[in-house]
Structure formats: structure tokens, C-alpha cells
Design a protein around this ligand. Structure first.
Ligand SMILES: [Mn+2]
Length: 240
């Protein structure tokens, strides 16, 4: 049987112009039954369209910050590095994938990209712009393989249907500098951290569009909840 082909966008190192991909994304997709396909950075709009026609789904991966102009803000003192080439490529791919109704999954920056593409905004620097009585380490001080905070799963959402309606909370890792501030119209929250930060969102009116703020690709080899996210995404890609 032909496996679903999943296009993934690479990270972009703007210092030396390298693009790169952590193997954990590829392994998680392969283990879920997909054939991952790493996408180039510099391609024309016409080529983007051909690639979107070729893939059965698209995964927007983690990486640097998104340029604040894309959600109508000036650059905050603590904003991090940005790649305008990557921002532009991903916004083009996102709108084409949505037009085509292809399944979309976003991880970390990928969730933020989905939110910005649909009209939402971000905290440019969580530590200085978002406070709570018990500050959660959204940039955890230990490796990705070790979960660091919990998220509450909202009932009757795409995420609760994937994990099972009886799962009310899971432990996740956290390695993000930015996060959703205003959620885009068309998206609904489906998981929140104990400080009420949105950690996952989905589009209720779309076949499959899910973004998570954590990194399930580092947990999927031993945490069933993380593996289920990739399985649900790959299964959604089977229908096209
Ligand atoms: Mn977090």
C-alpha cells in the first residue's frame, strides 16, 4: 500500500544559510506509517503549488521566532532571530494546503505559524510579557526527552478525541520562547498549561488542522500520547 507522503519544512540557520532537520520529526512520522519529505527553502509559488499537490499532508516544525510584522507588531527588545525566507515559504504553503483541504500539523513554531497565518498574535518574549503566580518553565532547564509541565486537555476537541475523552491531563516537554497571545478566528484552544497559556489549538471546521506547543517528536518513542498525535495526523492523510 502507498504510504501517505508528509511534507515537512526545515529550520533555517540565517547565519550560514543552512537548512536542517532534527531526525526525531522524521522518525516519529515514519513510525506512524508515513513517508516524510523534507521541503526546500527557496522555491517559487508555482513550485509550492506543485509540492502541495504531491503531498498528502504537511507538518510545520519548530524553529526560530516569527517576524512580528506578520502579526502587526514592532520588534520587542527580547524577540529572537527570524528567517523571513522561512516565514514567507511557510505562509505560502499554509494557505495553499488549506485551500486544498490537506491535513496540517504544527509543532512549537508550527502552532505559532498556524495562528499567525490565520490572523492571531504571539507573545514575543514569554518571560517578560506573560506572568503568573507560579511561573512555568516554558523553556525547560533539562533535555527534551524529559517532560516538564502538564497541560489540561479540553473536552470534545480534536485533541481529546485523539487521546481519548477520559484523558484530562498529560505531561509535556516545553522549549518555547514565544506562544499564542490572541488566538486566531477559526481556531479553538484544546490544551492549556497550568498558567493558562494556550498549548494546543485546532480548527473545528477543517478536516485536520492541529498545532501543539510542545515537542511530541521527542516523546513519541516512549509516550503513547505523543505517538497518538502522529498516528492521528498520518491517518487523516490517508483519505486524500
Ligand atoms: Mn510550554
Amino acid at each position: 500500500m502507498r504510504k501517505p507522503v508528509i511534507g515537512l519544512t526545515a529550520s533555517h540557520n540565517i547565519d550560514n544559510n543552512d537548512i536542517f532537520m532534527r531526525p526525531t520529526y522524521l522518525r516519529s512520522l515514519t513510525n506512524a506509517g508515513a513517508l516524510p519529505l523534507l521541503l526546500p527553502l527557496e522555491i517559487s509559488e508555482e513550485d509550492c503549488r506543485q509540492l502541495i499537490d504531491m503531498v498528502d499532508g504537511i507538518l510545520f516544525t519548530g524553529g526560530d521566532d516569527i517576524h512580528p510584522f506578520l502579526y502587526g507588531e514592532d520588534t520587542h527588545l527580547k524577540c529572537g532571530a527570524v528567517s523571513q525566507a522561512r516565514d514567507s515559504l511557510e505562509l505560502t504553503l499554509f494557505s495553499m494546503a488549506m485551500e486544498a483541504g490537506k491535513p496540517i500539523f504544527g509543532i512549537c513554531r508550527g502552532l505559532q505559524l498556524i495562528n499567525v497565518a490565520m490572523g492571531g498574535t504571539l507573545y514575543q518574549d514569554l518571560p517578560s510579557q506573560f506572568t503568573s503566580d507560579f511561573p512555568i518553565a516554558h523553556k525547560q532547564p533539562f533535555p527534551y526527552k524529559i517532560p516538564s509541565h502538564t497541560v489540561d486537555i479540553e473536552k470534545d476537541t480534536l485533541l481529546s478525541r485523539i487521546l481519548g475523552e477520559d484523558v484530562s491531563s498529560i505531561a509535556v516537554n516545553s522549549m518555547h520562547h514565544q506562544a499564542i497571545k490572541d488566538l486566531a478566528n477559526g481556531l479553538s484552544s484544546c490544551a492549556v498549561a497550568p498558567d493558562q497559556l494556550i498549548e494546543a489549538a485546532y480548527a473545528p471546521d477543517y478536516p485536520f488542522l492541529l498545532g501543539v506547543q510542545w515537542h511530541p517528536e521527542h516523546l513519541s518513542s516512549f509516550q503513547p500520547e505523543a505517538a497518538k498525535l502522529f498516528e492521528a495526523f498520518v491517518n487523516a492523510c490517508h483519505v486524500s
